[in-house]
Design a protein around this ligand. Structure first.
Ligand code: FAD
Length: 492
């Protein structure tokens, strides 16, 4: 039978292993860490459980599809709920807005709380839906690197609409046209951070993202985000996939311009096809260092990174939801710091994710598990120790001002994740969360393809290749990759 080796058990590597096993491949996954999931893992400290990385879950059908393909009922293996409130927003002047999943309720909320006409919200979300429907078939579900993607009828329809889809404007400009209240512009600009970009530079096309959250929905796996990893890992095992942990791949073995295996701990493992889930920049520096380097693609600016404090808080704040945002007073200055000055802004937007709101056993009785995160520049060798110390003080001061509290004495346990550890734990170039940033209109075309154009039998999936970072896109990358494998002739 045919065999495949997958390098990395990140979410895309897991999905790739499942899809290939279903296609009849005998799949071996080599993972450098001792556990699956890559960025989508979890940590536990003294009775508190935290999802370590991703916290927002959209497009759950991308996960469900993998169970369906394997002939299983997804609900029996992976359960989730739709959130009634996608996010609770706070400003320092006391303004608060709940982003209700029910669009009309959200529109009424912003009219009452912020003085933004309800109709503006409905119009804006219709526009998001229009962008999504025009572009998703082209940019998310297909390889951008094959001629036929550009000549099919979805593509031809999209060309006619490029101006309307906002490719020539920025997210900020489009939002400033649609909303009259600065707080609404800020709220909608935040969606640029969902793929680590700058709303003042990213094309307005990225206004596709609010469609996912409002028109389709924000979700939460009942057992926490880490259950996405665990349930897919179990599914892969059931399909006969073999996982080798603590097994860092040292080289992809190439002979006669064909990938024929990998080297691990000095030993060769031969196979019919190799699928790489490791970040592309670091892959070309290490396991593909002898091969031709696609410099243009590798040198694209990377997305932002994150600084996270996992805090066990010995108090319950009833005003806080699963997702909470405490907005900066000067969003433009914050993004200038992240993307241009490469420093952390002194008044950062603070995101607090609290899974114990929906999953009480994630924190001891009377306590909450706060995943407290700010967006920070990616790692360029800054003096992180001093920047993190300073940021910790600023974050605490911001929370105290906005929530009118004194948080420091309530912090019972603490752990930290930051750009250097994101890089060292998952081998992500510069500790970027989402591979390349999308800060210009060419970004979508400058991600690496899902296959190698000069090495046969070598394929790619994950957040640093097409169609991009974030769980849903990573899962789609595995799907596009597998479709390309299927089109090749049986290797034996
Ligand atoms: P990764 O998770 O990067 O995993 C790659 C794997 O490959 C790792 O396990 C690594 O150990 C392994 N590996 C690397 N090199 C080798 C080698 N040589 N040999 C063997 N194994 C190797 N996305 C969302 O959708 N929603 C969010 O809310 C969200 N928030 C985020 C917050 C944070 C703090 C972070 C870090 C990310 C967030 N993301 C979010 C992004 C999301 O986590 C990633 O896009 C996605 O998990 C990346 O998956 P991946 O398959 O590309 O691989």
């Amino acid at each position: 039978s045919k065999s495949a080796i997958v390098i990395g058990a990140g979410i895309a590597g897991l999905a790739a292993s499942i899809r290939l096993a279903i296609k009849g491949y005998q799949v071996n996954v080599f993972e450098a860490n001792a556990f699956p999931g890559g960025k989508l893992s979890e940590i536990e400290i003294k009775g508190y459980r935290f999802d370590a990385g991703p916290s927002l879950f959209t497009l759950p059908e991308q996960v469900e599809e993998l169970f369906q393909l394997a002939g299983k009922d997804p609900k029996e293996h992976f359960d989730y709920i739709k959130l009634p409130v996608a996010c609770h927003y706070f400003w320092e002047d006391g303004a608060q807005v709940k982003a209700y999943a029910d669009i009309n309720r959200f529109a009424d909320e912003v009219e009452t709380k912020l003085g933004e006409p309800a109709d503006h919200v409905r119009k804006s979300l219709k526009r998001s839906a229009f962008i999504y429907e025009s572009l998703a078939p082209l940019f998310m579900h297909r390889s951008l690197h094959q001629l036929k993607t550009w000549t099919n009828k979805d593509a031809l329809k999209s060309y006619l609409k490029l101006g309307k889809l906002g490719i020539f404007s920025t997210m900020y400009k489009a939002n400033a046209r649609q909303f009259k209240q600065a707080k609404m512009v800020q709220l909608f600009n935040r969606y640029a951070t969902y793929n680590g970009s700058n709303p003042y530079e990213t094309p307005a096309t990225l206004n596709i993202i609010p469609h996912l959250e409002f028109n389709i929905g924000a979700f939460f796996p009942k057992k926490g985000m880490h259950d996405i990893t665990l349930s897919l890992y179990k599914l892969a095992l059931e399909l006969g996939v073999i996982f080798k942990f603590n097994s860092k791949v040292e080289e992809i073995i190439v002979a006669n311009q064909k990938a024929i295996g990998v080297k691990v701990k000095g030993q060769d493992h031969l196979t019919d096809i190799v699928v790489n889930n490791m970040d592309m920049v670091n892959a070309y520096k290490t396991i593909l260092k002898e091969e031709k380097q696609p410099k243009l693609l590798l040198n694209q600016p990377k997305s932002s990174s994150a600084l996270i404090f996992y805090w066990g808080i010995k108090k319950v704040f009833p005003e806080l939801d699963l997702h909470n945002i405490l907005f900066s007073e000067d969003y433009k200055a914050e993004f200038d710091h992240i993307f241009h000055k490469k420093r952390i802004y002194e008044d950062p937007t603070v995101y607090i994710n609290i899974t114990s709101v929906y999953k009480p056993d994630d924190a001891p009785e009377g306590c909450m598990n706060w995943f407290t995160m700010i967006n920070v520049p990616n790692n360029q060798g800054q003096n992180w120790d001093s920047m993190i110390n300073e940021a910790r003080k600023n974050i605490i001061a911001k929370i105290n001002r906005t929530l009118n509290t004194d948080i420091e004495p309530l912090i019972e346990v603490e752990d930290i994740l930051e750009p250097r550890t994101i890089e060292s734990r998952t081998s992500s170039a510069n500790g970027a969360l989402y591979g390349n940033s999308s800060n210009n209109m060419y970004a979508a075309f400058l991600r690496h393809a899902n296959y190698s154009s000069n090495i046969k039998n070598l394929y790619f999936c994950g957040g640093s290749v097409h169609p991009g970072g974030g769980i849903p896109l990573c899962l789609l990358s595995a799907k596009i990759m597998t479709e390309m494998v299927s089109k090749e002739k049986d290797p034996k």
